[in-house]
Design a protein around this ligand. Structure first.
Ligand code: CTP
Length: 423
């Protein structure tokens, strides 16, 4: 069952051109299993129709304070108390002003006055309107009132201007809502994550790499952000933008990932050490021993003749961090929990259900606290797949096998498991 399943969400739509994007937000929420009710301001109904909103939300659209659908005329109070989340998207400059001023002159503003639970605002307007001192004052006031804002984003605006003012994309609004509602056991803690593949240059046009998509690392980073952690994400070349709110450091080679990871570890150690280091990256074990400055020509070998590529070993990031953590523990300091991911192609569990000796040897060789092991050849577990089936092997010898799960859920469960290991 997904996060939104059974959640009750009120989506309030203000009168701006970005109202059309809120239709997608409604669709996504319904698809994820949420119960959705729409409140549209009178201005919003100039941009989207009641019929569309009703069809997408599956409920009667509320718009007028004086034609309530409940018999006692108290829908705004009931809605304010009952919904798990109130999202206002798009929130126009006028709506921000009325909210900040504590007005209650329509259904939405009265509902807001009666609301004590989480409220998420997705502003959308022209860049000059956003930057106007009055709007900025209202934003500060609303934040001080405990309201969370997502966006607006930079980009091309409907009026043709470029700048900050675009409403955040519906999928990101959904993620911001999820973060707002999620428990925060990692609040005040920092987490270091590596993700994706690395690329090892051979010549200016060729490289060695692997099939990692970075999805597992992204899921772990999202889970950590939702749980309130500060996330440093060091990642190789992947096709996805980094999760919003993570400090992302893009690298290409294993050597660069090693240097970036150690540098983050060291600077954190001097101030506030990471609570956990979760190394999901598929780091290339080898790199071409010599990087050719120019493209290697086919004519450098005779047809049918075999050619050799000499490889050098890359540094082992996980083993290095685990060694440092173990030194910290010996010196009486609290070390980060160090977690490795092992993508194997052999059965990870033997016929009796215990982790194979090879995996136990890997945990001992790496010296980390925990290995998250999966068999990439098992159904639903390959690189790029949205699901994974993992077994956790703790240094104490304890193992926990999870069923085939969405990678998102593997990330959530892992963060939950790790928080209990922190002292
Ligand atoms: N890892 C790392 N640095 C490397 C290689 C691997 O930090 N140079 C980390 C990975 O991020 C992962 C874990 O080590 O968390 C296990 O990776 P894996 O490739 O399974 O380990 P290897 O030591 O490379 O073992 P194998 O011989 O099975 O490839």
């Amino acid at each position: 069952m997904g996060f939104w399943s059974g959640k009750y969400v009120a989506v309030a739509i203000g009168g701006g051109i970005a109202a059309y994007k809120s239709l997608e937000l409604l669709r996504l929420l319904r698809e994820e299993g949420a119960r959705v009710v729409v409140i549209a301001t009178a201005a919003a109904l100039h941009f989207v129709t009641t019929l569309t909103l009703q069809a997408l939300s599956g409920h009667v659209v509320r718009s007028d304070l004086f034609t309530p659908s409940e018999t006692d005329g108290m829908d705004h109070i009931r809605l304010a108390q009952e919904v798990d989340l109130l999202v206002i998207a798009p929130a126009t400059a006028d709506l921000l002003a009325r909210m900040a001023g504590g007005h209650g002159d329509d259904l939405l503003t009265t509902l807001l006055l009666a609301r004590t639970g989480p409220v998420l605002l997705a502003p959308a307007m022209n860049v000059a309107m956003w930057n106007h001192p009055a709007t900025q004052r209202n934003v500060v006031q609303l934040q001080a009132d405990g309201i969370t804002l997502v966006g607006p984003e930079h980009g091309l605006l409907a009026c043709g201007d470029q700048g900050q003012g675009r409403m955040t994309e519906p999928a990101h609004i959904l993620e911001a809502g999820r973060r707002l509602l999620a428990p925060k056991p990692w609040k005040g803690r920092a987490v270091l994550i590596t993700a994706g593949p690395t690329q090892e240059n051979w010549d200016p046009v060729r490289y060695l790499s692997n099939r990692s998509s970075g999805r597992m690392g992204w899921a772990v980073a999202q889970a950590a952000l939702r749980a309130g952690a500060e996330v440093t994400l060091i990642h190789g070349p992947v096709a996805m933008p980094p999760p919003q709110g993570a400090e992302a450091i893009a690298v290409v080679s294993a050597q660069q990932m090693y240097e970036a990871t150690l540098s983050c570890w060291e600077s954190a150690s001097a101030t506030r050490p990471f609570a956990a280091a979760i190394l999901t990256a598929a780091v290339a074990d080898f790199r071409p021993a010599v990087q050719q400055p120019g493209k290697i020509k086919k004519s450098s070998t005779e047809p049918g003749q075999q050619s050799q590529l000499a490889l050098s070993q890359n540094p082992d990031i996980l083993a290095t961090l685990a060694e440092r953590a173990n030194h910290m523990a010996q010196a009486g300091q609290t070390p980060p929990v160090v977690v490795g991911f092992a993508a194997e192609t052999d059965a990870t569990l033997d016929s009796t259900g215990s982790v194979s000796p090879l995996v136990r040897q890997k945990l001992a060789r790496k010296g980390c606290d925990l290995l998250v092991v999966n068999n990439v050849l098992a159904p639903g577990c390959g690189f790029g797949s949205s699901t994974n089936q993992v077994t956790l092997l703790h240094r104490s010898g304890d193992t926990v096998a999870w069923p085939l799960l969405d990678k998102d859920e593997v990330g959530e469960r892992l963060l939950d498991y790790l928080v209990h290991l922190l002292v």
